[in-house]
Write a new protein. Structure first.
Length: 306
């Protein structure tokens, strides 16, 4: 082989590598941080775009971490869908790196009319747990759909729009059902105690009063003091609370200690608050999770006074 021919072949093989190293790699697919957002995104795009969800079923969105391979997937994505407002504490730096690299991203909670925490150590900070209000989920779905149509090249726009309309109809149906189900709970019983502050949006939308949380924070990474538990036990006794709601994917030991500390007959009831389950686990989709939680809350707050 002549020297010029060998040189041409070598350069031809090197060019794709140089392009990849300088950021010229074609971006494709959608990467989603949490599994709740993953379900919403898949409902919107269907089979039109590959969707990769980083958070496994049953994981804690505040603390889950990702591998180097998954971090690379974020930077190669056509779109990164993340919750934002401080929820994904273990993945935030990777999302920030993707933003710096020019990857299109959407912080969904920021597009869902966020509220602020109103009590305990998170007061004044934005609350990222928008999905407990189906009306906010409607806003989130519309935002995801618009971002997909804008940022993902070659997407089947007709399919995405049809999927979005169908899913918004299901959310409207869910919203009406939750409203009717909660209407059966007397106003004096609409009182919530949870393992950490996760139901602010639901409380605002459906007229519940948040008495307090076992972990007086919006993150599971915090921890309560003895005085925190004493104060919450006193508040529970004063309000006549009948149930403490704890995340099914987290240990409920502190919730049970608190229930005993009240000296009253207070149930500890498991909910699916921050993560979907594997198929068959009772909350494999957002719609299934919302219905299961609504039923559990309605039953728990309709029981006998402690």
């Amino acid at each position: 082989m002549r020297r010029t021919t060998r040189l041409f072949v070598a350069v031809a093989m090197l060019v794709p590598l140089l392009v990849a190293c300088t950021g010229g790699t074609e971006r494709s697919g959608i990467v989603v941080t949490t599994n709740i957002l993953g379900d919403l995104t898949r409902a919107v795009v269907g089979d039109a775009v590959p969707v990769t969800v980083l958070m496994q079923a049953g994981a804690d969105p505040h603390s889950f971490a990702i591998s180097a391979r998954q971090a690379a997937e974020i930077e190669r994505a056509a779109l990164v869908v993340h919750n934002g407002l401080g929820l994904e504490e273990g993945v935030a730096r990777h999302v920030q790196a993707a933003v710096a690299a020019g990857v299109p991203t959407i912080a969904v909670a920021e597009r869902a009319d966020p509220i602020q925490y109103t009590s305990d150590e998170s007061a004044g900070q934005p609350d990222p747990h928008f999905w407990t209000d189906p009306a906010r989920v409607r806003m989130a779905v519309e935002a995801i759909s618009a971002e997909v149509l804008t940022e993902v090249d070659g997407v089947d726009a007709d399919a995405v729009q049809a999927n979005t309309r169908r899913y918004l109809g299901e959310l409207d149906q869910l919203d009406r059902w939750m409203t009717d189900r909660f209407a059966a709970i007397g106003a004096e019983r609409r009182q919530l105690v949870t393992d950490h502050h996760v139901f602010g949006y639901l409380a605002q939308r459906f007229g519940f009063r948040v008495i307090g949380a076992v972990i007086p924070s919006g993150t599971t990474l915090a921890s309560p003091s003895a005085s925190d538990l004493d104060g919450l036990a006193a508040a529970i006794r004063t309000a006549g609370v009948t149930a403490i709601f704890a995340d099914s994917s987290q240990p409920d030991r502190l919730s049970r200690v608190l229930a005993e500390h009240t000296g009253l007959r207070v149930q500890v009831i498991a909910l699916h608050t921050e993560s979907l389950t594997a198929p068959g686990g009772g909350a494999a989709t957002y719609l299934e999770m919302a219905r299961a939680n609504t039923e559990a809350i309605a039953r728990g707050l309709s029981g006998p006074t402690p």
